[in-house]
Design a protein around this ligand. Structure first.
Ligand code: NDP
Length: 482
């Protein structure tokens, strides 16, 4: 692995040579790599390189740009196994989950390349004789891409593909916990022969280089995925330069189970979306809001399924749930579990760090369920971002919707019911960016936008047609030809 920054087409160390070690979350004694702790000066060099490259990259036809992206995409297809190993080593998720993340990136990248190619302007009838009135799309310039560790491959890919295909140049700042995955992504483009400076890559602290990128007026757009707290700080800093932002942030996603639902399917959906990637999906189900008539039956089905989860290293074939991504995640999640107990929720399974079977050196947590959770408890309100499901009783449909909406987040939701009227009413009333009926909260497809409302999202969402829309301006022209 190239443990370097990538600036102006070259893999280089940080200007002052400082580095940091990355540790495998499945065994913290294992160093997976030593990466540049980049400086503000490195960020400036990357901005300069991207700025210089912009002038020629934007002048290529979209078909020429697509050729480079398609070459990178084809290398991505060839390197699935290798990239999956790096994701698992840095993030902890199972190899199967890592493979699924890359498969999803492939689908989305393919879709976004084509979306960029068919992105057109508009011709409108003019009110004057002999005038052609039309609009075209133009790229913005240098884009800062700030990504999280939970989908360290798919998120950069989802952001960078639409940015590049529409003629922008990029600087990727990956999460400090997943530098190697970011480097694997950038290597695809390097190997595809992308012109120098079009895509740059800096590792190190978000508070230092992330902040330096965000505050720099040469950055014309910031696409960020991460916590609400950091996203809000970015939004404020960007306002000073009128920089466009796309913020995809936290969630507290409810799965509503109504009395008439297929409870087996609802329990499958809850367990899938609460514990996949150890509960570290932004669209994870973190609250099950259950009509009280079926509460006990539903909880019994949950327990049955959770009992079948095998916690272990992501590289072991029998593992169905890997570690959480690092020491501070581990500590934070255990603190939330303690808070749940202190506030009177009933811990019915899990709740501890898993230390058996030689897992003691890693960040493993048992899949956890709380019942008797009330809507105002911290575990019902705050994003835990770990394998913890809070079950909340609702007296009826109306109260279930009220509880589901009663948080500051608004990313994803789902309802399980066979009552069409209630299903459609739920879709109408749920305060989120994406919702589901009889489908888990985590489900998404590339042809539709992906983003949240309230404190979960701000700016045009990613993916679908808004993916490319975000990275372009509309330029309007009036042309007198007669
Ligand atoms: P953080 O907000 O801590 O970090 C996200 C990125 O921002 C990292 O690259 C980080 O760098 C960087 N960063 C940190 N501080 C600054 C700063 N001051 N200026 C600029 N950049 C900065 O989130 P996590 O990495 O912990 O990711 C988990 C969060 O992401 C969860 O809340 C989750 O819900 C959310 N998420 C949302 C998704 C969505 O689409 N809505 C999808 C996936 C995750 P560094 O790592 O070096 O600190």
């Amino acid at each position: 692995m190239r443990e370097r920054n990538y600036i102006d087409g070259k893999w280089i160390a940080s200007a002052d040579g400082a580095t940091y070690d990355h540790h495998n979350p499945a065994d913290l004694t294992q160093v997976t790599g030593t990466w540049p702790k980049s400086t503000v000066g490195d960020a400036k060099s990357a901005i300069q390189a991207a700025g210089k490259a912009f002038e020629s990259w934007r002048r290529l036809t979209v078909y020429q740009r697509a050729e480079y992206l398609r070459k990178a995409l084809s290398l991505m297809r060839e390197r699935i196994d290798r990239i999956a190993e790096v994701i698992t080593a840095e993030n902890g998720k199972t190899l199967t989950e890592s493979g699924a993340e890359i498969a999803s990136a492939i689908k989305e990248m393919d879709y976004q390349i084509n979306e960029g190619i068919r992105l057109g302007g508009r011709i409108m009838p003019s009110e004057r004789e002999g005038v052609l009135a039309y609009s075209i799309r133009v790229p913005l310039g240098v884009v800062a891409v700030i990504s999280p560790w939970n989908f360290p491959f798919n998120v950069p890919s989802r952001k960078i593909t639409p940015a590049l295909i529409t003629g922008n140049t990029c600087i990727l700042k990956p999460a400090g916990l997943t530098p190697g995955v970011g480097a694997e992504f950038v290597t695809l483009f390097d190997d595809a022969g992308l012109p120098r400076g079009v895509l740059n890559f800096l590792t190190g602290s978000g508070a230092v280089i992330g902040q330096a990128l965000v505050e720099n007026p040469a950055i014309k757009a910031i696409t960020f995925t991460g916590s609400t707290e950091v996203g809000m700080g970015i939004h404020k800093a960007a306002a000073d330069n009128l920089t466009r932002t796309q913020l995809e942030m936290g969630g507290k996603n409810p799965l509503v189970i109504l009395a008439d639902a297929d409870l087996e399917k609802a329990a499958d959906a809850a367990v899938l979306a609460a514990y996949a990637c150890a509960g570290q999906w932004c669209t994870s189900t973190s609250r099950a809001v259950v009509e009280e008539k079926v509460h006990d039956d539903f909880v019994a089905l949950l327990l049955e399924r959770v009992g079948k989860i095998t916690v272990g290293k992501g590289t072991a074939p029998q593992t169905t749930m890997g570690p959480v991504c690092g020491k501070s995640q581990l500590t934070g999640i255990l603190a939330c579990i303690q808070k749940g107990k202190d506030q009177g929720a009933k811990l019915i399974v899990g709740g501890r760090q898993t230390k058996d079977n030689a897992l003691g050196k890693g960040c493993f947590i048992e899949p956890t369920i709380f019942t008797d959770v009330t809507a105002e408890m911290m575990i019902a309100q705050e994003e835990i971002f770990g394998p913890v499901l809070s079950v909340i009783k609702a007296t009826d449909f109306d109260q279930a919707v009220e509880i589901a909406n009663g948080v500051t987040f608004g990313l994803s939701s789902s309802v399980y019911t066979n009552d069409l009227q209630k299903a459609l009413t739920f879709v109408e009333r749920t305060d989120v960016g994406l919702t589901h009926v009889n489908i888990p909260t985590a489900f998404k497809e590339p042809q539709l936008s992906f983003g949240g409302v309230k404190r979960s999202g701000c700016g045009l969402p990613e993916a679908g047609d808004t993916g490319v829309e975000f990275f372009t301006e509309h330029k309007v022209a009036y042309l007198k030809y007669r």
